[in-house]
Design a binder for this molecule. Structure first.
Ligand code: 5GP
Length: 210
């Protein structure tokens, strides 16, 4: 097994509304961390800025990027395409920057299967309960409450992918959750002992799905 080089890749995925974007923003404030900015065919929300939150592109432009083999991974999520282009990510990693990916389970699987020569740590963030998830989804800037309902239905399917992640973290409390993620990353880097109970996670997931 070759020695891993450069920065580390940190993937954060979650069913929609588990608070992942806030965690990504917190992590990005740590020195030496940068967020990979995805391309998407989704329309921007009112608070989103092109080039900061996403690169908002047309379907044709997205297809061009696929055909040029520019994506490290891409996937269709809720009727829109989302993808991570390769160049900026590899440049960052080569400069020893740690790169954070806010991507779904399909993207996480693709990056894992690429077996790149950089250390990869994957996190799946879960809400404390379905009730709290619904409240979070309903209070968002969304044109239509139907979207919240649709994303709730998607939840049961998305949760099943927890099994492919290194760690599942429950977002009960933002500070706590963030600390857990930081501790796990530090433990991974230093090969230290990890405060992680997979059986507890399994029983939380059983509860979420019951
Ligand atoms: P949203 O539309 O709420 O910003 O994102 C919807 C979902 O798409 C989220 O789960 C987000 O993590 C995922 N996503 C965002 N960018 C990418 C990407 O580049 N690749 C993949 N596979 N998923 C992404």
């Amino acid at each position: 097994m070759p020695q891993k080089k450069g920065g580390i890749m940190v993937v954060l995925s979650s069913p929609s509304g588990a608070g992942k974007t806030t965690l990504v923003n917190l992590l990005s404030k740590k020195s030496n961390y940068t967020v990979s900015i995805s391309h998407t065919t989704r329309k921007p929300r009112s608070n989103e800025v092109n080039g900061k939150d996403y690169f908002f592109v047309t379907n044709d432009e997205f297809k061009r990027l696929i055909n040029n083999d520019e994506f490290l991974e891409y996937a269709k999520v809720f009727n829109n395409f989302y993808g991570t282009t390769r160049t900026a990510v590899i440049q960052g990693l080569e400069k020893n920057q740690n790169v954070i990916f806010d991507i779904d389970w399909q993207g996480a699987d693709q990056i894992k299967n690429k077996k790149l020569n950089y250390k990869l740590i994957t996190f799946f963030i879960l809400p404390p309960s379905k009730k709290i998830l619904f409240e979070r989804l309903s209070s968002r800037d969304m044109k239509d409450k139907l979207i919240a309902d649709e994303r709730m239905k998607q939840f049961d399917r998305d949760v099943l992918h927890w099994i492919n992640y290194d760690y599942v973290v429950i977002n009960n409390d933002l500070d706590n959750c963030f600390k857990k993620i930081q501790n796990l990353i530090d433990a991974e880097i230093e090969n230290g002992s990890k405060d992680y109970d997979r059986n507890f996670i399994k029983s939380h997931i059983d509860k979420l799905l019951s």
